[in-house]
Design a protein around this ligand. Structure first.
Ligand SMILES: [Fe+2]
Length: 486
């Protein structure tokens, strides 16, 4: 087999040495670079099949290397190596065209498997006359990445398999310990016994991680040999391919063509295998991304609880600010990403109050100037706390500027008008309304109508007039509601 050339890019010399040795032992020709800029120079002068690349490096990081390579028309597969906190960047890289990513630390065997998979798909695309393989695998990857949820991607995968292989019957089996029922298409063309028998075969295929092709003659021979098969097996050809990514067993895809004419071939099986391995990488990535999002949400919720524990009167304040801000975000047509940012910023906007003494936070009477100065530090303290969480980078400015005012009299930077980030202006309106309608240590909550009057009075000076007006519409329509006070 022709030797493939791999380019390793990382600023950790020790990691480069280990990977170079392991991939060299697998028969690959391996080159190395210490950052994106060095790698770009190698890519311009050598024919590289696969780049295994760190995301964060001095001078030029992995994402910029990928973008620049694409811009220069360099044709190489990209696999990214990334730390735990940078998974959303890795997902962005997949959207830019990388084929895979691995979380550090990783097993060296796993790296070899991922590289082989990337090279296999590359060979499939390069096969002369294999226009079908090229367009279908590429099209599948793009279609899957356009869906954000696991179930949406699985649905898209099944729809693409159906469109490509035109099966009479199709089933997707999950591992038996997963507890999910198989997803079927026209399965009533087969008797139940046959389907459950295929379920057992699919389980075996998943265990071994190897695809199988059964043609009508092979099935008939197996039936004659009395291999524990249902008696009334109609003539059919059938392919089973596993969706396995590393040690993750996602499921097995079974496609069946009834009759003896036009049976599936080994070429079909190879294409289905690539389909499945490609889909498995994307589905596994989505599942991991979701796990990390859940983990992040756990951290965020704990931080919110920590603030609320300091001031029982603010219980539920952050959640309601987040809810109002998201409603405003929808009304302003913000993207899904922006709505998520505004939700998280709404939850965390007052996180800096952790650093404000209780005696100031819970003081029932007015604050002295010194105390007010300390209170005004909470956006900066909040930004410092959140800056330790890499995935929340985009939320930092929203938290930092949530007390700016349109006329420039706010804090901490006395920004004016449109210089205040739009999402911070949204948080500010949501925060202002929620603070007025809920009880505080020093007063009872206002009626919604009175809170809206105050917002309108401050529109243009304290708050963004357009946002206040839209918020008023949401209140009138009942799309946002003040809390029920005790
Ligand atoms: Fe605040």
């Amino acid at each position: 087999m022709q030797r493939s050339t791999i380019l390793l890019v990382d600023d950790e010399p020790g990691l480069l040495d280990v990977c170079r040795e392991a991939l060299g032992e697998k028969g690959h020709f391996v080159l190395a670079a210490g950052n994106g800029r060095e790698a770009l120079s190698v890519l311009e002068h050598e024919k590289i099949d696969c780049v295994v690349c760190d995301l964060r490096m001095p001078e030029m990081g992995g994402m910029d290397l990928l973008r620049e390579s694409k811009r220069r028309g360099i044709d190489a597969e990209f696999i990214f190596l990334t730390g735990y906190g940078c998974v959303s960047n890795a997902v962005e890289c997949l959207q830019l065209g990388a084929v895979d990513y691995m979380l550090k630390p990783f097993g060296i065997e796993d790296l070899a498997v991922r590289v082989d998979k990337a090279l296999g798909e590359r060979r499939l695309r390069a096969s002369p006359g294999d226009g079908l393989g090229l367009s279908t695998v590429m099209g599948l990857g793009q279609a899957l990445r356009a869906r954000s949820s696991f179930s949406g991607q699985l649905k898209e995968f099944l729809s693409q398999v159906r469109g490509t292989f035109a099966p009479d019957v199709m089933t997707f089996f999950f591992p038996s310990n997963d507890g999910r029922r198989p997803v079927t298409f026209r399965a009533n063309a087969l008797k139940n016994g046959i389907l459950s028998w295929w379920g057992l075969v699919a389980e075996r295929v998943l265990e071994l991680g190897k695809p199988r092709l059964f043609d009508p003659k092979g099935l008939a021979a197996a039936a004659r040999a009395g291999r524990d098969m249902p008696a009334a097996m109609p003539p059919m050809s059938l392919m089973i391919a596993p969706l396995v990514n590393g040690s993750e067993r996602i499921g097995a895809s079974v496609v069946i063509r009834l009759g003896e004419d036009n049976p599936y071939s080994m070429g079909d099986l190879q294409l289905l295998s690539f389909f499945c391995s490609h889909a498995a990488a994307v589905l596994d990535c989505t599942a991991k991304h979701r796990q990390i999002e859940d983990l992040n949400m756990g951290v965020i919720t704990s931080l919110v609880r920590a603030v609320e524990a300091k001031d029982p009167y603010t219980c539920g304040h952050s959640e309601r600010v987040a809810e109002y801000a998201v409603a405003l975000g929808e009304a302003f047509g913000l993207s899904r990403h922006e709505r998520e940012l505004v939700r998280i910023a709404g939850l965390l906007h007052d996180i800096g109050k952790i650093g404000v003494p209780d005696s100031i936070l819970n003081k029932p009477e007015g604050l002295t100037q010194d105390e007010y100065d300390i209170m005004q530090r909470h956006p900066a303290i909040g930004r410092d706390i959140i800056s330790r969480v890499a995935v929340l980078d985009d939320v930092l400015p929203l938290i930092y500027h949530h007390h700016e005012r349109m006329d420039g009299s706010g804090y901490p930077d006395r920004l004016m008008g449109d210089n205040i980030p739009l999402l911070s202006r949204i948080i500010s309106v949501a925060d202002g309304y929620e603070a007025m309608v809920s009880n505080r240590a020093y007063r009872n909550g206002l009626a919604s109508r009175m809170a809206m009057e105050t917002l309108l009075k401050g529109a243009g000076s304290q708050w963004d007039r357009r946002i206040v007006e839209v918020f008023g519409d949401l209140v009138t329509l009942g799309r946002v509601q003040a809390p029920v006070l005790a």
